[in-house]
Design a protein around this ligand. Structure first.
Ligand code: HXC
Length: 518
């Protein structure tokens, strides 16, 4: 055998060994937990045959606690580049079969290389996390490695999309890399995220809680909002990543892909003309409106289980991606609270950073009141959404369907926050507040002074108020909305507005960076 052939044989054998990660036994153990290996996950994620692996032969440099006895190739993470739907992405997948996927300094160097390449080449960076956290034997070196990763997460923010899938443990400070990325997915029952695990919680606070209750996928998708998606399986999580990418551009200088559609731009939906109930206190389902107006009824929702009183997600109009933000009258009457404001603000800022136009559907009775909200800083949190809309320079098309009351009307992409095209349905009521509340404030004395005719006075004044304000025409008369449109034609009007705004150019004053209320 020639030296060359021998060398090649050695290479093939070494690659095969590296591909096994920890060992076949550890792979079995991984499967027994209902989890796939790093390589199996990447195989599902990337287009067939597209994976270009880097740093397969990198080994850790730790000698503490007997670590020098074993130097597995790859050191607990598989990194590289590939394509999804033909578009390049940079990826890393932690390999739990090697030291529990724990982060060594060399592992962090591999991940940082991928982050640097994603940033330099303008492509999304996707991390599949499955790790016991900082490699304990490496001490401060492992912490330094996390710091390097976090810094790159921050520098890449708003330049290339960053997606984190949590497919196993993600504990301690390790949670901050996903938290710094744009979207976090978790897999139900096999993944968890928390700063301190159940044992520490019990010793510090006495609270008894298990991993799932403390930081499982359902908890983070519905209560904390840390996770944007909770998938039933790893396969589903991978499918979500692929679909998500189809709506977003490769980087902040590109546009999202245009997807051909057979859905006519002038398709009307007569059902929308009778969707709004006569009783303003009766709910309807905003999903019906969204699905009715977007291409092919397809809506890709983000944060579905969190703050359900506001809906955010991606859809397309005439093949082009948009971000949809819509109040949901079916939940808490669509009121804005702390979580709804945070959820929508984050989404608006993502869309603005990546040039995705915003379509806002408004039916909002106001901000939620009460001590719980005030103590939780609804003022600061509501300001986040206000800030996000006011700062956004992407095309902004707004349709007020029914209520647009008070501060919440302003926050929801009104004209004065540089809303580009603002439409209203004939059922819109754009006012400082609803009729009942207004009459109770303005005529409290008159009503008190004449209890016998209290109801009469109330009804008369309410009718007067409704005549004046409970309609879209006060706003339309002053140009605060651009047109009152027939509900069934909403799709066409939104598409025409977006096409008109496709060449929009708008600046914000030069500054080092803004000071978003945090
Ligand atoms: C080194 C680790 C490790 C770690 C796991 N392993 N975590 N090795 N450093 N952090 C090793 C285990 O010793 C074991 O090796 C193998 O990985 C598999 O782990 P198991 O415990 O057998 O697996 P499992 O029962 O599934 O439990 C997984 C686990 C547990 C819950 C993650 O391993 C665990 O609690 N690990 C420690 C978690 C932790 O406290 N990490 C530090 C967080 S603080 P062998 O060879 O025996 O099979 C942190 C700071 C970050 O990360 C700061 C950033 C700013």
């Amino acid at each position: 055998m020639s030296i060359q052939s021998e060398n090649i044989e050695k290479l093939v054998a070494r690659r095969e060994k590296a591909r096994l990660g920890g060992s076949e036994k550890r792979i079995e153990a991984q499967h027994a937990k209902g989890k796939k290996t790093a390589r199996e996950r990447l195989e599902m994620l990337l287009d067939e045959g597209s994976f270009e692996e880097f740093d397969m032969f990198v080994q850790h440099r730790c000698t503490n606690f007997g670590m020098d006895a074993s130097h597995p190739d790859g050191d607990g993470v598989v990194t590289g580049c590939g394509t999804i739907g033909g578009r390049p992405v940079y990826v890393f997948a932690q390999d739990f079969t090697v030291s529990g996927g724990s982060l060594s300094k060399t592992m962090s160097e591999k991940i940082c290389k991928i982050q640097d390449m994603a940033l330099r080449n303008g492509a999304p960076c996707i991390g599949l996390n499955d790790s016991g956290g900082a490699r304990i034997q490496e001490g401060i070196d492992a912490l330094a490695g996390y710091g390097e990763i976090f810094e790159r997460n921050i520098l890449a923010s708003g330049v290339v999309p960053q997606i984190s899938a949590i497919m196993g443990p993600c504990a301690g400070g390790a949670v901050y890399s996903p938290a710094l990325t744009d979207f976090t997915l978790m897999v139900k029952n096999t993944s968890y995220m928390f700063l301190t695990g159940p044992a520490v919680v019990k010793s510090v606070t006495g609270e008894v809680v298990d991993q799932e209750q403390l930081g499982g996928a359902s908890v983070h998708a519905s209560k904390s909002g840390v996770a944007h998606f909770a998938a039933d399986s790893e396969e589903e999580a991978i499918g979500i990543i692929k679909e998500l990418l189809s709506y977003i551009p490769q980087n902040n200088l590109e546009s999202a892909p245009v997807v051909e559609t057979a859905d006519p731009i002038n398709r009307v939906d007569d059902a929308l003309n009778s969707l709004i109930p006569d009783n303003p206190n009766k709910a309807y389902d905003m999903y019906e409106v969204i699905r009715s107006i977007v291409d092919d009824g397809r809506f890709f929702e983000i944060h579905r289980e969190f703050a359900k009183n506001i809906i955010v997600g991606f859809a397309r109009f005439n093949g082009r991606s948009v971000g949809i933000v819509a109040n949901q009258p079916k939940v808490l009457a669509g009121v804005l609270d702390i979580n709804a404001s945070r959820k929508a603000a984050r989404f608006v800022r993502f869309c603005d950073a990546f040039s995705i136009p915003l379509v806002t559907l408004v039916d909002v009775p106001g901000f939620l009141c009460g001590t719980q909200q005030e103590y939780g800083a609804i003022i600061t949190n509501g300001a986040k959404l206000l800030y996000a809309y006011g700062e956004a320079t992407v095309p902004k098309v707004t349709v007020t369907l029914r209520k647009g009351y008070g501060g919440a009307h302003i926050v929801m992409s009104c004209k004065q926050l540089r809303g580009d095209i603002n439409y209203a349905w004939p059922s819109a009521q754009i006012a400082v507040m609803g009729a009942d509340g207004a009459v109770n404030v303005l005529y409290a004395k008159d009503i008190k002074a004449d209890p016998e005719h209290a109801q009469e006075i109330f009804e008369a004044k309410k009718a007067e108020y409704e005549e004046l304000f409970s309609n879209p025409y006060q706003a339309a008369q002053k140009g605060y909305i651009d047109d009152v449109i027939e509900p069934r034609k909403t799709r066409f009007r939104v598409i025409r507005a977006l096409e008109q705004l496709a060449t929009k150019r708008q600046e914000i004053p030069a500054k080092k960076h803004d000071n978003l209320p945090l």
